[in-house]
Design a protein around this ligand. Structure first.
Ligand code: FAQ
Length: 320
């Protein structure tokens, strides 16, 4: 298509016109769909973000998965089982959304299993008690919902539509987390202490989930320009803090931050310093559970090899 006869000036002009038309569509609130023209960088950013998001959902099954057999009642067990299963489904929707941009499932899984791909820092922390199921449900799913409600309005159609469905399910996850936290925080002193210990461990890592501060977020500029993100990392983090602090305090739980205070003028709860060194250490693969999480995923992938082979043989034999 672009042979030696193409005039480079004319070619650049045509590209500029396409870019202008693309940006106009985004400005007018139109969704960009898989077959539409899009800048290479838009495609690259979306594949990066959506595949990382898919990996997060799949690795995110692991911290809670270990507690399915340790749930305190049958009802809690059924709910947790359904929640963890939902996360697998979210991974599927998201891998499909990334595939619409030309990424293959094999490439994405290979990047995850070889440790090249990122996934959310939060899933590299250990789950030590049943109270952690409450903290993950309320805090981690709560943080994910804020971020994903924004992404449900993003400019790329398949990602936005996947988010709508995921958010509906995440709301159920958040409610089950709230229910566990409320039960423990208003229960026996031992239960309340267990919940407080869990909050002490999950509070800061959850705030880190929103990503580095805006001043240190290389991708935010282009993501905001093209309507993929419509709120910055710091804006979403602040919304989360403002929502959570009064609710947790109302239950008599202490936020593990001696510098936390309310600013009357801005109406914001102001937090102390986040340990960004810890965040980058976890993101770079050196967190408390990174090695364990990847080893578990690799084993699950190897154990599933026969299923993939059987499915491929069936598809070939029956042409489905
Ligand atoms: N962890 O320039 P920015 C869930 C990386 S789903 C690891 O600010 P961006 C459901 C970032 O990739 C949770 N890495 O990046 C659930 C970039 O590196 P790169 C996942 C992180 O993209 C609940 C570099 O730092 N949600 O929880 C993190 O503008 C319970 C510079 O950062 C999503 O993935 C992090 N926390 O903003 C499941 C939502 N933050 O790629 C089970 C979609 C940043 O240039 C149980 N993603 N990095 O090498 C997003 O909204 C964005 O990608 C952000 C980061 C906000 C995560």
């Amino acid at each position: 298509m672009y042979g030696a006869t193409v005039d480079p000036v004319e070619d650049t002009q045509a590209q500029d016109e396409k870019l202008q038309a693309f940006e106009m569509r985004i400005k007018q609130g139109e969704k960009i769909e898989p077959g539409d023209w899009m800048p290479d960088e838009y495609r690259r950013q979306l594949i990066r973000m959506i595949s990382q998001h898919a990996h997060s959902e799949v690795v995110g099954m692991l911290p809670e998965g270990g507690f399915i057999t340790r749930a305190p009642t049958l009802r809690r067990k059924l709910i947790l089982l359904a929640k963890v299963q939902d996360e697998a489904g979210h991974g599927q929707y998201l891998y499909h959304a990334a595939e619409t941009l030309g990424a293959t499932r094999e490439e994405m899984l290979d990047a995850l299993l070889t440790g090249k791909a990122k996934y959310s820092s939060i899933f590299n922390y250990p789950t030590l008690s049943w109270a952690d199921m409450g903290a993950i449900g309320w805090l981690v799913d709560g943080a994910a919902i804020l971020n994903q409600t924004m992404l449900a309005k993003c400019s790329y159609g398949p990602y936005a539509r996947a988010m709508l469905r995921i958010c509906a399910e995440e709301n159920f996850h958040k409610r089950q987390g709230q229910d566990i936290v409320i039960t423990l925080a208003t229960g026996a002193p031992e239960q309340k202490a267990m919940m407080q210990d869990s909050l002490n461990r999950w509070w800061w890592p959850t705030l880190m989930m929103f990503g580095p501060p805006d001043s240190d977020s290389p991708n935010s500029g282009v993501l905001m320009r093209w309507g993929i993100k419509t709120k910055t990392n710091d804006e979403l983090r602040q919304m989360f803090i403002n929502q959570l602090v009064p609710d947790l305090q109302a239950l008599g739980l202490q936020i593990p931050d001696p510098d936390l205070h309310y600013d009357e003028t801005t109406g914001n709860w102001v937090i102390g310093k986040i340990n960004w060194d810890e965040f980058w250490q976890v993101v770079k693969g050196d967190g408390p559970c990174n090695a364990e999480r990847l080893a578990t995923r690799r084993k699950a992938h190897e154990d599933g090899q026969w299923v993939r082979e059987a499915a491929a043989a069936y598809a070939e034999k029956y042409g489905v």
